[in-house]
Every structure is written in structure tokens, then in C-alpha cells.
Design a protein around this ligand. Structure first.
Ligand code: TTP
Length: 399
């Protein structure tokens, strides 16, 4: 069976992290999120993939190539304009040869859940439950059939939602051919699903491990969930006097210097310098070639490659892009005094602990204070002692 992965979207909700890379290539537990999904599908028995690519497609192609290094075969279906999920799936039509799975590339699923999708008679939709169904397509299910699907309802009729994973036969392409632009100007897969639902012909497959990754704070939740399965591993150098508690994976060429205390689950990439005397708490992922230095504390955070957080820093519950530099003493707050949910970029993160979203190549002078919920565009620069709060665009500067 083939698996079509929709990976062409712009990921606007994920900005500024997607300013220069596609959302599906954002790292979770130090691998692109889509790699976790593809490996889970491979482990469920799928070896033939069609990746629908568009925004940032070069990065996807460079990473996966023909799939050989992952033990799979990959063909690419370019979607020239990101005009919706129906259009994305239609782009794969010429490469699909029989019944197939289709999955959004921006989610996490276990191989057991994907195996359930493979076993389900087509057409079928994977479903999951959530405490905020109004952000998704809400479905009513009876006797294993989807009875209705309502997108982003203000008054959701259930807490069951469309997980964005489907089992189809090529008949879906006939339905997609008749789809018209939706109110928001997109060609939406849900319109074709509506036809199947009206025919009482769409099965529901409950999935227990689904995680959607739409916003930066979803990256933290997905990262924590995936690190729960981490096994300790050391391919680097751990000096005497380092404490490693719980699962900690240390990549090749990385040196963890004396006095450093790491409470897993934490994954540290290749060629990093950690410590001396750094304190890293779970669930944290640190990308390749990063430097976490003396008296720096990092907690529940994703740090991308080549970022330097070298002296007396605190970073909590944050997503930090690649190539950033934190001046000595710069800290990110992660809790409001009233312990209320943090808003970031005007959105409710639904997290009482959330720090900041920092794009790529951001430079902080010494002793900057970054308040909860700050969103900082790529290449921003901040003078020493800056108080940083709210949203800053790309190339922003406080001098
Ligand atoms: P969405 O999450 O709806 O869209 P997006 O990824 O562009 O993100 P945002 O809403 O933040 O801009 O897309 C669901 C999946 O479908 C995702 O894996 C990307 C993929 N997709 C395409 O491949 N082509 C498209 O035209 C669209 C809209 C989405």
C-alpha cells in the first residue's frame, strides 16, 4: 500500500519558525516532525511513499532523497500553489496506483495507529479526541461510521475530531475533481469527505496517539511526548562529574563538561558543547552544534541547531530557532504572576507555562529580559538590557 504525505503547506500559524523552512521539517526530538511520521508508517509496513511538496520543497527533497537511507521509496508530487488540501491530494493522482493512505505531514502517529488505518476498509478517516475540538473538524460517529463533519465549529457537537489521516481508493480523485473553492478560498479535502459522509460511506478509525502540530507550542507538547520513549545513549564524551538522570541521549562529537546536571528525557545532538555546570531539564531537545554553557538552565524547550546559550541564561518552555545567540544573563520568563494561560502572537497557547518563540539567527545582547509569550522574528537584534515583550517581525531591532 502507498502512503501519500501532504507536506506542501506554508505553515503560517507556525511563523516565524517557518519563515525559511517548511513546517514538516521543524525538529521534534531532534528529527523533522515528518520523519517521525514516515518512520512510523514504515514500521507499520508501508514502503512506498508519495510526498506532496511545495513550500520549502527543496529541504524536504534534500532530507529524504529517494528514501533509500530510511529503507523506503519516495516519489515527489509538486503542488505549485498551496491552494488547499484537496488540491494537494490531487497533485499525487498520477503517482497513486491503488488503495492508499493519505496523511497530513504535520502530525505524530504511532505505527500501531497507522497499522489500524491500513487494516480499515477504505474509505475511512482516522479520528481522535481533544479538549479543544472547535479548532479542528468535529465529527459525529455512530457504529464506526462518520455521520457528520463540521470544520472549526463554535459549538462542537462532540470532542471527536478528524485527525487528518485517511484510507482511500483512487475513487477519491473523481470526487476531488468536482470540488469548488471554499469560503476561505481553498480547495478543501473536507468537501470530498462530505460526499462520502452523505453516502454513509466513510468509516471512522479511532487513533490513540495522534498529535497535531500547528502552533509553536504544539512542538513542545509533541517533543515531550516523543521524548517519553527515549532510550539513554552516549555517542559523545561525558566528563567526570556530570550527572545524567533519566533518559539522556548524547550525539556523536558532543562534549558534556564537568558539573553539568541533566534530568531526562533530553536529547542532545551532534557536536554540541554543554557546560561546564549547565542544568538541562526534561523535556528538552538541543540541535546539532549548539553550545549550552556555564550556569545556563534550560527546561522543556526545543533548541534548534547552531544556537549559543553560553553564560548565565534561563530558558523555559520555549522554541528557539537555529543560529541564535544569547548574551550573558539573557533570560526568558515562562510563567505569569497570575498563573493564567499565556498568549503568544495574539493566540491563547492554553499553557500556563510558556516562554517565547524565537526565530532563526536572533541575537540578544547581555541581560535582556524576554517576557512570556514573546514572538521574535528571524534576524532580530536586541541591545544589552532590552526588555522584550510581544511580537517582533523579521529583522526587528532594539538598539
Ligand atoms: P494545514 O495545517 O491546514 O495548513 P498549513 O500546513 O499550510 O499550515 P497553516 O494553516 O499554519 O498555514 O495543512 C494540513 C496539511 O496539509 C499539512 O500537512 C500541510 C498540507 N497542505 C498541503 O500540502 N497543501 C496545501 O495547499 C495546504 C493548505 C496544506
Amino acid at each position: 500500500m502507498q502512503c501519500v504525505v501532504l507536506a506542501a503547506g506554508e505553515g503560517k500559524r507556525m511563523r516565524p519558525l517557518t519563515a525559511r523552512r517548511p513546517k514538516v521539517m521543524l525538529p521534534v526530538a531532534n528529527r523533522p516532525m515528518m520523519e517521525h511520521l514516515v518512520l512510523a508508517a514504515r514500521d507499520a509496513g508501508i514502503t512506498e511513499f508519495v510526498f506532496v511538496v511545495g513550500y520549502g520543497e527543496r529541504e524536504v527533497r534534500n532530507h529524504f532523497g529517494n528514501g533509500e537511507r530510511f529503507g523506503i521509496q519516495v516519489a515527489y508530487a509538486p503542488q505549485r500553489q498551496q491552494s488547499g488540501t484537496a488540491d494537494a491530494l490531487r497533485s499525487a493522482q498520477d503517482l497513486v496506483t491503488g488503495p492508499f493512505l493519505a496523511m497530513n505531514g504535520d502530525m505524530i502517529l504511532s505505527s500501531a495507529d497507522i497499522a489500524r488505518m491500513i487494516d480499515a476498509p477504505a474509505p475511512a478517516m482516522g479520528t481522535s479526541t481533544t479538549d479543544h475540538p472547535g479548532d479542528f473538524g468535529v465529527v459525529l460517529v455512530e457504529d464506526g461510521r462518520v455521520l457528520s463533519l463540521e470544520e472549526k465549529s463554535k459549538h462542537p457537537k462532540s470532542n471527536i475530531i478528524n485527525a487528518g489521516a485517511y484510507s482511500f481508493t483512487p475513487e477519491i480523485f473523481e470526487l476531488l475533481a468536482g470540488i469548488r473553492l471554499s469560503e476561505r478560498g481553498e480547495l478543501e479535502l473536507t468537501d470530498a469527505l462530505g460526499i462520502l459522509i452523505a453516502r454513509h460511506d466513510l468509516g471512522a478509525v479511532p487513533l490513540s496517539t495522534w498529535r497535531d502540530i500547528g502552533y509553536p507550542w504544539d512542538l513542545l507538547d509533541a517533543n515531550a511526548a516523543l521524548l517519553l520513549g527515549l532510550n539513554s545513549q552516549n555517542e559523545g564524551i561525558v566528563e567526570e562529574g556530570v550527572h545524567l538522570l533519566g533518559p539522556v541521549a548524547v550525539g556523536e562529537g558532543t562534549v558534556i563538561k564537568s558539573g553539568t546536571y541533566i534530568e531526562g528525557p533530553c536529547i542532545i545532538g551532534k557536536n554540541c558543547r554543554i557546560g561546564p555546570h549547565a542544568y538541562i531539564r526534561g523535556a528538552t531537545s538541543i540541535g546539532d552544534e549548539s553550545h549550552i554553557g556555564h550556569c545556563t538552565e534550560i527546561k522543556n524547550t526545543v533548541v534548534m541547531a547552531r544556537t549559543k546559550i553560553p553564560h548565565f541564561n534561563y530558558i523555559g518552555d520555549s522554541v528557539i530557532g537555529s543560529g541564535c545567540n544569547f548574551g550573558a544573563g539573557t533570560k526568558i520568563a515562562n510563567l505569569r504572576h497570575d498563573h493564567g494561560p499565556v498568549k503568544a502572537g495574539g493566540k491563547d497557547t492554553r499553557h500556563t507555562k510558556f516562554g517565547a518563540v524565537v526565530g532563526d539567527n536572533v541575537h540578544f545582547g547581555i541581560n535582556c529580559s524576554v517576557n512570556v509569550g514573546s514572538v521574535i522574528g528571524s534576524n532580530a537584534q536586541f541591545a544589552p538590557n532590552s526588555v522584550i515583550e510581544g511580537s517582533f517581525g523579521e529583522d526587528a531591532a532594539i538598539r
